[in-house]
Design a protein around this ligand. Structure first.
Ligand code: NAP
Length: 287
C-alpha cells in the first residue's frame, strides 16, 4: 500500500485508535493520510493531537477522498452511519468493516458499494497482539485484499477465510475470547486470595501461568495436542487430577461450549437486527 493511501476511520473509538496507532508506528501510512470522524469534537481533538491525523465530525466529508473507509462504530450505530455515507464513498474505494455481526450484504446494500471487507479483531489489538479473522466480497480486487491485509496486520495477526459464515464463529471464539480468558483469570486470582495470597501476588502468579502456558503450547517446533500437555501435569492421584475432577464435574467444558455458542447466536442476531435486546430476545431455554 502506498504511504499516501487515504484512509478514513468512521467511529474514532478504542479499536480505530489501535489501528491508527499501529499504521503510524509501523510506517504503513503517513498520519497526514488518515482522517477519523465521529460525533464528539473533544474526541476528535484528542486523536488529532495524539496522532497528528486529520479529524472531523462530518462522516460524509471524511470519506469523500478516501481510498479506504474503515467502519469502526458500534453495531447499534451502523444503520445511521451507512445512511450518512451512502453516495459519498468513492466507487474505487475499499470499505473495511470491523463492526460485530454486520454482514457484507448489509454494508454493501447500505452504501450501495460492492468492495467490502468484513473483519473481526479482538481487544489485544490495542497492544498490537490481536488476531483478526476477515473475509472479502467478490468485488474486492487482489490489490485491495493486500491493502486490507496490511491494515489489519497493523494491530496483530490476521487469518483470511473465504466464507463469510466463519466471521460469526470467529466473533464468538476469538473476538469475544478475551472476555472468557479474563473471567477465568479473575476467578483464579480470587481463588488465590481465598487461599491467602495478597491480590497482587495472586495476579502475578496467574498472569505468568497463562502467558507461560500459551508460549509452551505455541512452541512451533514441537506442536502438541492440548490434552497431552494437560496430561503432562496430571500425575496419578495428584493435585491436577483432584482439581480437574471438580472442573469436569461442574460442567466446565459444556459451560465454555454453550457460552461460545451463545456468543455465536448473538453475533448472528446482531447481523439481522442490531437493536435486538439480549437476553430477552433469546428463545426460551437457550440461555
Ligand atoms: N473492542 C473490541 O474488543 C472489539 C473487538 C472486535 C470488534 N469490535 C467492533 O469494533 C467496533 C468498535 O468498537 P470499539 O470498542 O472501538 O467501540 P468504541 O470505543 O465505542 O468506538 C465507537 C466509536 O464510534 C463513535 N460513533 C458513535 N456514533 C457515531 C456516528 N454516528 N458516526 C461516527 N462515529 C460514531 C463513538 O463516538 P462516541 O463515543 O462519542 O459516541 C466512538 O468513538 C464495534 O462494532 C465492535 O463490535 C470491537
Amino acid at each position: 500500500m502506498k504511504n499516501d493511501t487515504k484512509i478514513a476511520f468512521i467511529g474514532p473509538g478504542v479499536m480505530a485508535e489501535a489501528m491508527i496507532a499501529g499504521l503510524i508506528s509501523q510506517n504503513v501510512i503517513s498520519p497526514a493520510s488518515i482522517f477519523a470522524s465521529g460525533p464528539s469534537t473533544a474526541r476528535a481533538d484528542e486523536l488529532g493531537e495524539r496522532h497528528a491525523i486529520k479529524t472531523g465530525t462530518d462522516n460524509a466529508a471524511a470519506v469523500e477522498d478516501a481510498d479506504v473507509v474503515v467502519l469502526a462504530v458500534k453495531p447499534q450505530r451502523l444503520d445511521l452511519v451507512l445512511k450518512d455515507l451512502r453516495g459519498s464513498v468513492k466507487s474505487s474505494a475499499l470499505v473495511v468493516s470491523i463492526v460485530a455481526g454486520a454482514t457484507i450484504d448489509k454494508i454493501g446494500a447500505g452504501l450501495n458499494h460492492a468492495a467490502v471487507v468484513r473483519s473481526m479483531p479482538n481487544t489485544p489489538a490495542q497492544i498490537g497482539e490481536g488476531i483478526t479473522v476477515w473475509t472479502a466480497a467478490e468485488a474486492v480486487s487482489d490489490e485491495q485484499r493486500e491493502i486490507a491485509r496490511e491494515i489489519l496486520t497493523a494491530f496483530g495477526d490476521e487469518v483470511f477465510l473465504d466464507e463469510e459464515r466463519f466471521l460469526d464463529m470467529a466473533t464468538a471464539l476469538s473476538g469475544t475470547g478475551p472476555a472468557y480468558v479474563f473471567l477465568f483469570m479473575e476467578a483464579m486470582v480470587d481463588a488465590g486470595v481465598h487461599l491467602g495470597f495478597s491480590r497482587r501476588v495472586a495476579e502475578i502468579l496467574v498472569a505468568k501461568t497463562f502467558r507461560g502456558s500459551v508460549d509452551f503450547y505455541s512452541k512451533p517446533d514441537d506442536p502438541l495436542h492440548l490434552a497431552r500437555l494437560r496430561n503432562q501435569v496430571t500425575s496419578p492421584g495428584g493435585t491436577s487430577a483432584a482439581a480437574l475432577y471438580y472442573l469436569e464435574k461442574a460442567g466446565f467444558r459444556t459451560a465454555i461450549s454453550r457460552a461460545i455458542w451463545a456468543a455465536y447466536e448473538r453475533s448472528r442476531e446482531l447481523g439481522v437486527d442490531s437493536s435486538a435486546h439480549w437476553p430477552e430476545s433469546l428463545p426460551e431455554g437457550s440461555q
